[in-house]
Design a protein around this ligand. Structure first.
Ligand SMILES: [Zn+2]
Ligand SMILES: [Zn+2]
Length: 441
């Protein structure tokens, strides 16, 4: 009996999403055409807030800058779940649809997430199904997932506007994820043009850093002996990092990938200032912090060898994704109904990172990825190839999973929460990053 009722409710939400299909696709394409970088997603924020209002929701605005929250209420509040869409684009100036001024492009598929988010809200609200469920749904449009424009975000930090580069991290700090029983979002899977979904995946965590080498300027031809060459210091530092690579264990998936963002001022001046940025990524934060110590040692060693100075600014990155198996299974089963069991496959470990990882250390969370996208992630050719797969079907699978979670006193959501052993609380999370910033980790 209950199974039949659940199936009927799921059909109603899926049908409501299909009925709004053209509008959902149009929203996704509109956002694709207007990419905005993290903490600057004003237009995207306005657009999704207006869409929520059309559904009778009352969106809260300006969360962590451009974030939006709209809360859909059921007939009871036995549990609270959240669905997330990311507002920001990535910097990809060679992308065909890049903003000519900012270089921003939706080369990571976040535009589809906002369409998915609206689709879920449509399905649950327009169908009237949420009113027959026993919990609350937070529809969250979150800023700044891509870890880009570090200088800009550093400025925001100095101005006291943010404490973290990631929008979900700011949401955590502001208590927006407190007490949630389940959090779900879907990410694009690049180079999978057809109908496939990947569930249960994990991802690396990372920390970021900006390294400033200070030397002494002198005439590069006439008097290099009077200078201290900061570029040589940086290059030796980087070579020493490479010399550490053999100590990184395969199972830790460590990635260290530095770039030099300033290599000197003028070719006939001994470089007095050189700036290097890097991430240190790994499968667990223990592995990240261990590798990070070796990287710092190596970078400082380069400065010591040349007699330069080296200042390392540690920047909290993102935590590894801690997939909630039960939640992934529910989502996978719903996806299987929509695209066939054979097209729902286990996701591998991903060496990239996202701030959904941070959320997943606090509350039960999933981030499956879906096909419907061609081209390379963050590359110039990334695009939607199958609009129904990219925009509509993930919304249906998410909304159907909300039905599973909140049906009948929200028993499933409550069981998932009871069985979840959170690796971190909000307080221990914030303390961990404080300790990291002050060099105590
Ligand atoms: Zn992304
Ligand atoms: Zn991305």
């Amino acid at each position: 009996m209950a199974d039949k009722q659940v199936a009927a409710l799921k059909k109603r939400v899926a049908d409501a999403i299909s009925a709004a299909g053209d509008e959902i696709i149009e929203l996704g394409e509109d956002i694709f055409a207007h990419p905005e970088l993290g903490y600057k997603e004003q237009r995207t924020s306005d657009v999704i807030a207006a869409k929520f209002k059309e559904l009778g929701l009352e969106p809260e605005r300006n969360l962590a800058g451009t974030g939006v929250r709209a809360v859909g209420t059921g007939r009871k509040a036995a549990a609270r779940v959240a669905v997330i869409g990311e507002l920001d684009a990535v910097v990809s100036p060679q992308h065909r649809h890049a903003d000519p001024l900012t270089g921003a492009a939706h080369a990571c598929g976040h535009h589809a997430q906002i369409a998915n988010l609206y689709g879920v809200a449509c399905g649950l609200m327009a169908s009237g199904v949420l009113a027959q469920l026993d919990g609350t749904v937070d529809f969250l449009a979150v800023p700044a997932e891509e870890f880009v424009e570090l200088g800009y975000r550093q400025r925001l930090m100095k101005e006291g506007k943010i404490d973290f580069f990631g929008g979900k991290q700011e949401f955590i700090k502001n208590g927006i994820f407190d007490g949630l029983d389940a959090v779900m979002m879907v990410h694009s899977q690049a180079q999978v043009p057809g109908r496939k979904a990947f569930v249960g995946g994990t991802s690396n965590g990372f920390v970021g850093k900006i390294i400033n080498y200070q030397g002494r300027a002198a005439h590069a031809g006439a008097a290099p002996h009077e200078g201290i060459n900061a570029l040589n210091a940086a290059m030796l530092g980087l070579m020493a990092v490479h010399a550490q690579r053999e100590t990184f264990r395969d199972q830790d998936s460590i990635r260290v990938h530095p770039i030099i963002t300033k290599g000197g001022d003028l070719v006939n001046i001994v470089p007095a200032e050189v700036v290097v940025e890097t991430y240190v990524r790994g499968r667990t934060m223990d592995a990240v912090f261990d590798a990070n110590k070796k990287v710092n040692q190596a970078l400082e060693g380069g400065a010591y060898a040349i007699g330069a100075k080296c200042n390392i600014e540690e920047i909290p990155g993102y935590l590894p994704l801690n997939d909630c198996g039960t939640l992934s299974q529910l989502f996978g089963d719903n996806m299987a109904e929509l695209i066939g069991r054979e097209n729902v496959v286990p996701a591998p470990h991903m060496a990239g990172s996202s701030d959904i990882g941070d959320v997943s250390q606090l509350v039960p969370t999933i981030q499956p990825s879906v096909g419907g996208f061609g081209g390379v992630a963050h590359g110039k050719d990334f695009c939607v190839t199958d609009p129904e797969m990219a925009y509509i079907i993930p919304a249906q699978a998410l909304a159907m999973t909300v039905v599973d979670l909140l049906y009948g006193e929200a028993a499933t959501a409550r069981t998932i929460k009871e069985n979840f052993r959170a690796p971190l609380t909000r307080d221990s999370y914030l303390k961990m990053w404080d300790d990291f910033r002050t060099g105590n980790l």
